[in-house]
Design a protein around this ligand. Structure first.
Ligand SMILES: Cc1ncc(COP(=O)(O)O)c(C=O)c1O
Length: 395
């Protein structure tokens, strides 16, 4: 503290101490990147730099710059305005919201769909619909932060099960039923784990939950548009999946999110959900873009399948080059390296070769499991894999 500077306020001291304690390799910084060309991002901070091939974003189908989405968004902006101006239950509902909800419901075979401004918010709403302070939530150890925040907000008790381990989950369900018969149980999982690239056996998971009378919330944020028949996710047709959460921020190339439910849950959310009620409705241009994205995915369902085939080839080639085979089947290919510094070094090495992939470190992933998160997308130019392998060198 310099002379003449005021003492920090008592509330500020713990924040300052926490920031002080942050190791340099854990400190995050915002970085501005300007889209350029096909799958390109140009750094614009400081000295800038040449364009980088985007192996980091979740725009799996390359839809963020698709003309049909942009035209739909522009038309909605001209017609409905930039923002909805109010929450859905006040005066913010527009025809495009209803149209999108209906189209998603038909696509996923779920009668009720409700839109949210973000997936984080949808997940808060979803957990609060299915659990209260008397409930027990059993969550995969690696679920997304938004779901954990939802559990905290619900007041439910939380237990974690090892990642995708259905035997352990079965034991926990049995134990939970023995402990407090009749207690409300909720299981949380994802159909494509964003930092792992892995998926659970969804039919077996759904059946397990159904057998134990537990609700199952399946976050399909990274799967929709890519995994399952026609990109309709892994929860498709699974009666044991009580609620599906999806976002338009990834394969749909836009922003916003939704929950897909049965009649009862849909009506409960409409009548009781705070995260649905007390927020401005999804901006109409984003709703229109999501509808255009859905129409595009329906018209070209092979895009997702082609991406999966490509992902398989990338896994094979990475393994052949001596890297640990990235787990899973989908377009997320984490190269597990362990130490933060190693993951950061790989990120720098790739960047020097014109490729952008981000080192993911704790607390986003467990301690000692830092990784380079490689993300495949539909619009990568030919030769991208060869560039990547050359840049990575040998492990
Ligand atoms: C698994 C998962 N669920 C939910 C979200 C939140 O979605 P959104 O970006 O729409 O808030 C994300 C994105 O970060 C995610 O990876």
């Amino acid at each position: 503290m310099g002379p003449g500077q005021p003492e920090p306020a008592p509330w500020a001291a713990p924040l300052a101490a926490e920031l002080e304690a942050l190791a340099p390799e854990r400190r995050r910084r915002l970085r501005s990147l300007a889209p350029c060309g096909s799958a390109g991002l140009r750094p614009v901070d400081g000295a800038g730099g040449p364009p980088l091939l985007d192996l980091a974003s979740n725009d799996y189908l390359g839809l963020a710059h698709h003309p049909s989405l942009q035209q739909a968004a522009s038309a909605a902006m001209a017609r409905d305005g930039l923002g909805a101006g109010a929450s859905r239950l006040v005066s913010g509902s527009r025809p495009v919201h209803g149209e999108l909800e209906q189209a998603l419901g038909a696509w996923l075979g779920r009668p009720r769909v409700l839109l949210f401004p973000s997936g984080f918010q949808a997940n808060l709403a979803a957990v609060q619909a299915l659990a209260d302070r008397h409930s027990l939530v059993l969550a995969d150890r690696l679920i997304h932060h938004s779901l954990l925040t939802g559990v905290k907000a619900s007041g439910a008790r939380l237990r974690r099960f090892p990642h995708n381990n259905l035997e352990a989950l079965a034991q926990q369900l049995e134990r939970a039923q023995r402990e407090v018969p009749g207690r409300r149980l909720l299981v949380l999982s994802e159909s494509l784990f964003s930092m792992e690239g892995t998926s659970p056996d969804v039919p077996a998971l759904a059946e397990l939950c159904r057998r134990h009378g537990a609700a199952l919330l399946l976050d399909e944020a990274h799967a929709l548009g890519v995994l399952g028949p026609g990109g309709r996710g892994l929860g498709l047709g699974q009666a044991g999946v009580s609620l599906i959460s999806g976002t338009f921020g990834k394969a749909f190339g836009g922003g916003g999110a939704f929950l897909a439910a049965d009649e009862l849950l849909g009506e409960w959310l409409l009548q009781h959900s705070g995260p649905f009620r007390y927020t401005t409705a999804l901006a109409p241009p984003l709703a229109a873009a999501a509808l255009a994205a859905l129409r595009g995915i329906q018209a070209e369902p092979q895009r997702g399948a082609a991406l999966l085939q490509r992902a398989q080839r990338w896994r094979d080639q990475l393994e052949a080059a001596g890297w640990p085979r990235p787990p899973g089947q989908g377009p997320i290919l984490p190269l597990l390296v362990g130490e933060d510094a190693r993951a950061l070094e790989l990120q720098r090495r790739l960047e020097a070769a014109g490729l952008l992939s981000v080192a993911i470190r704790p607390p986003t992933v467990p301690e000692g499991s830092a990784r380079l998160r490689l993300v495949l997308r539909h619009d990568l130019p030919a030769g991208s894999l060869e560039r990547l392998l050359a840049a990575l060198g040998s492990p």
